[in-house]
Design a protein around this ligand. Sequence first.
Ligand code: ZN
Length: 320
Amino acid sequence: MSVEHSDIDVLVSEVGPRDGLQSITAIMPTAAKIRWIDALAAAGLREIEVGSFVPAKVLPQLADTAEIVAHARGKPGLTVAALVPNARGAEAAIAAGAHKITLPVSVSETHSLRNVKRTHQQMLDEARAIVALLRQVPAAQRPKFEGGLSTAFGCTLEGPVPEQRVVALAEALLAAGCDEVGLADTSGYANPTQVKRLTQAVWRAVGRQYLSGIHLHNTRGQGLANVVAALDVGLTTVDASLAGLGGCPFAPGASGNIVTEDLVFLLEAMGLRTGIDIEGLVAARSLLAEALPGEPLYGFIAAAGLPKGFQPASPPRGGS
Ligand code: ZN
C-alpha cells in the first residue's frame, strides 16, 4: 500500500457506484449518486470507483460518469477510480480527471469476446494505446493504470480458467505498461485456497509489488472467507459495495459484490484499521433505499447491529 495510506492496514475500495449500479436498469439520478458518494467519503472511504466510461447507449445508468468524477475529485484524500473498456474510454477518464483507471480484461477469451467483442491481443492493443495516452499527461496528474484480470477464478461460459493463463495475462498487461494488475472473481466462483494459490502464482511471475488488490463477489456466499484468505496471503486492497448493491445478473436473488459494511466489520473486528466508520456506512444505506426503491439491499451488520461493546481498530473519526 502506498505511503498516503500509512494510517490504515487494509484499503477498502468501494465499487458500488460502478459495479453495483451497472446491473440495475432503473436510472439513479446524478444528485442521488453524489449524495451516496459524499456519504461514503464522509464515512472514511479512501477509494471509490465512481463509474465507467462506456458509451451512454450501452450503459445509460453510467452516462453521467464524467460529472460524478468531477464532483468526487473535490473530496480531499479520496482516490477517484473509473473503469474504462478501451482507449477511447480512457481518453474520457483522463479528461474528466480520474485518479485511477482500470481496464478489465477477461482471462476467459470467450467472456472477452462476448462482453467487449475483443480477443486478448486486441485488449492488449487497447492497453498499449492507453499507456501512450497516459504518457502525454504530466506525471503529477497522470492516473494510475490497472489491468483488471476478470474471470480469474472461473467463467460462467468457459468454466474453470487455467491459472497459467491468468499468470500469462498478468505478465502481458504489465509488459504493455500497466502499473499494476488486480484479480477479479467476476463470477463468484473463487474459494479461499484458490485465492491464496493464484495470488502466489502471479506474485512469483511478476513480483509482489504489482498485485495488491482483489475484487470478490459473494454470489455463492464465499466472499468474506475469500477476504480472509486474501489477507492471510498478504493482499492489502479489497473491493466491496455498500449493501452488496446490484446483486448478480446471472443468478437472481444472489448477492453481488461483497458488502462493504460487513467487510469493514470483519476487518475492524480482526484488529485491522480501515479508517472507516461502520455506523456511517450503515446510515448511508437509506440513501440507496430512497433512490432505488425495490432494489434488494444485502448485508448482515445492518440487520444485526454491532456487537455490544464493540471496539473498532480504527480510531474514532472527526472527534464528534
Ligand atoms: Zn464485479
